[in-house]
Design a protein. Structure first.
Lengths: 149, 276
């Protein structure tokens, strides 16, 4: 009997909102899927698209990027800049064939612990149903198995 | 008097009057239909200048090297409308001072070069405005649409095949007037964001990163597409980025020297349909 597929999801979150929201989910004893690995950053404006590529390179099946709601940024405008960047980057990933469903973006405030737990569960389920991101991981395997590189 | 003669004379006049210290133009290339950039510093050299329908390269990138404009003197450069837009972007990104750039504008239409009146980038604003209202290339759009119709898996496979050809020569970066970073992200090795070997994953990452960095900056001069020795259709990926910038943010690259770079600005009501 094979193990059920457990997706690896990397979440890049800002420390002021989504991370605090995740904290609230924790202190409120809410249960959510343990598939998510949270990386805390100062602001969504700090989240470079390179992070998303790196996560995929290292075998993530899905990526979640989350920060403060528009208008709530600790640094006033970081999330507005991030939003533009994601709009463009998302179109680019989609155009190169990286499924949009694997890269999720959300706004979660420090008060939205329940939304955080719900979102993580939802995203985990969705990516579980998509299965592992084999197409991309295959590319990494080629490097590991071929010493010529 | 043909356009070539006319522009040679203008270049000679600019140089002999001391209005510019250098003219960047086109000269004979290695074959009869190729042109290579020439750098003319005195009026009697202007006979080397060639101007015809083969002068397709975007020469604006030659304005960027460090020190060229630091003495405050002006440089004249032969530019098509796409090149003029590039100069606007370089000015907006504080890479060149637009007052130091004298534009010898021309356009290629129906296999012939025709003069464009104007000297400063601002003189061409109505032309660029009309280009914006015409919209992006419909030919490229059709090609891109074909890809968009595929499933994500097939599209990934398509680009996988294209990028597997990449030999990481970085000709696309070298030829691009927008790629002026002194230290490119692929040359950064702590941390190593992009695999530098030319295996498909590294190629994939490199091409994604390059396209992202050109989002809202590419003027579709086609330099990378022509320079690519393995014919990766870079035009498509760049076109898709330009389209996104135009559709989502009404940003047409290089409209003016005051235009804020698309990813360095925002509006509070930017679209965000995809955010949960």
């Amino acid at each position: 009997m094979s193990e059920p597929f457990e997706p690896k999801i990397v979440a890049f979150v800002c420390t002021y909102c989504t991370y605090a929201g995740a904290d609230l989910a924790g202190t409120s004893r809410m249960k959510y899927a343990s598939n998510v690995r949270i990386v805390r950053l100062p602001c969504t404006g700090r989240i470079s698209p390179m992070f998303i590529l790196k996560a995929l390179q290292k075998g993530a099946d899905g990526v979640l990027v989350s920060g403060c709601h528009p208008g709530d940024c600790h640094f006033a405008q970081g999330n507005y800049h991030a939003r533009r960047r994601w709009t463009v980057f998302r179109a680019l990933l989609s155009f190169t064939g990286i499924p949009e469903e694997r890269i999720k973006f959300s706004w979660i405030s420090a008060a939205e612990g329940a939304k955080f737990a719900e979102l993580i569960n939802g995203v985990t389920e969705e990516i579980r149903s998509l299965g592992p991101f084999e197409q991309y991981q295959e590319l990494q395997k080629i490097i590991e198995t071929q010493s010529t590189y | 008097m043909g356009i070539q003669e006319q522009y040679r004379n203008e270049a000679a006049e600019l140089l002999s009057s001391g209005a510019v210290k250098l003219v960047i133009g086109y000269g004979e290339g290695s074959t009869s239909d190729r042109r290579r950039p020439v750098f003319i510093r005195s009026a009697d050299e202007t006979a080397r200048l060639v101007l015809d329908a083969n002068c397709i390269a975007n020469l604006s990138g030659y304005l960027v090297p460090e020190g060229l404009l630091s003495d405050g003197k002006s440089v004249a450069v032969f530019l098509k409308p796409d090149g003029i837009r590039s100069v606007n972007i370089l000015a907006a990104e504080a890479q060149v001072n637009p007052d130091q750039v004298v534009i010898l504008g021309f356009d290629i239409d129906g296999g012939q070069a025709s003069p464009l009146p104007g000297r400063k980038a601002t003189d061409f604003a109505p032309l660029i405005e009309s280009q914006k209202s015409t919209g992006l290339s419909t030919e490229l759009q059709q090609e891109a649409d074909q890809l968009e119709l595929m499933s994500a898996t097939d599209r990934f496979e398509y680009w996988n095949q294209q990028f597997s050809k990449c030999i990481k020569c970085y000709a696309c970066r070298q030829v691009c007037p927008m790629c002026y970073c002194r230290r490119c992200i692929v040359d950064v090795n702590q941390p190593q964001w992009v695999n530098t070997s030319s295996h498909t994953l590294g190629n994939f990452e490199w091409n994604i990163v390059r396209a992202f960095h050109l989002a809202g900056r590419c003027v579709a001069c086609g330099g990378c597409d022509r320079a690519c020795p393995v014919n990766i259709p870079l035009r498509l990926i760049n076109h898709r980025m330009s389209k996104e910038a135009l559709d989502a943010f009404d940003h047409f690259a290089g409209e003016s020297a005051d235009q804020k770079p698309v990813l360095a600005t925002f509006r509070q009501d930017d679209p965000e349909t995809f955010i949960l």
